[in-house]
Design a protein around this ligand. Structure first.
Ligand SMILES: [Zn+2]
Ligand SMILES: [Zn+2]
Length: 206
């Protein structure tokens, strides 16, 4: 599996470009900013982008969506409960950010949906708490955790639509149940593993 991380935007959000080695199909997870750099990297990797997957609807993960979507022609997928924030973007006003409004998503995700990119298979885990429609994407030995789980941290639950009890429930029932060796690729900051978080994350130890 090809996994490339680009850090972009004022919130240092992680955008991941994920691809299949065998047939060069790929997806982009969370194009938050800097569309040109994302597209340049896609070109270097020679990937045919089939899908743009959004872990949630916050502007720091979706700011470059319109430009990257138009350039790749890829389908855009987001959980149904976060789809409307793509259009409204409450945070762009709050933080004084301005990005072009993307068209409506092509695919609305639900818990348990499967996503296939070339020979790669992924499972959608609905993990509300940071936002109502936040998801994590589970692949073979990896999970893209959005703003639900960070390296020794967890997502904020004090933003509109957030819920601390939902977030803790998502973490305990969807992520802490994964195998220890699962590599976690979060929405901000460095990678980690489920083992490291189980042992050392101050929000999850116990
Ligand atoms: Zn967020
Ligand atoms: Zn974020």
């Amino acid at each position: 599996m090809i996994i490339e991380k680009l850090v972009a935007g004022p919130f240092a959000s992680n955008c991941y470009i994920v691809g299949s080695q065998s047939n060069k199909e790929g997806m982009i997870i969370d194009p938050g900013d800097d569309a040109k750099r994302i597209l340049k990297k896609v070109g270097e990797l020679k990937l045919d982008i089939k899908l743009i997957l959004l872990t949630h609807g916050h502007i720091d993960h979706t700011g470059a969506l319109k430009e990257v979507g138009e350039a790749t022609g890829a389908e855009v997928a987001i959980h149904a409960d976060d789809a409307k924030s793509l259009k409204e973007q409450p945070f762009s006003k709050m933080f004084g950010l301005s990005y072009p409004t993307p068209p409506p998503p092509d695919r609305l995700l639900e818990d348990g949906d499967s996503i296939d990119i070339g020979d790669l298979h992924f499972l959608v885990l609905h993990t509300p708490g940071h936002t109502p429609g936040g998801i994590c994407l589970l692949g073979e030995g990896v999970v893209f955790s959005g703003d639900t789980l960070f390296n020794y941290g967890i997502g904020r639950s004090d933003l509109p639509g957030g819920s601390y009890s939902q977030l803790m429930n998502s973490l305990q029932t969807k992520l802490m149940t994964l195998p220890d060796d699962t590599i976690v690729y979060p929405g901000h900051g460095p990678e980690t593993t489920i083992r490291a978080e189980r042992r050392g994350n101050p929000f999850l130890r116990g």
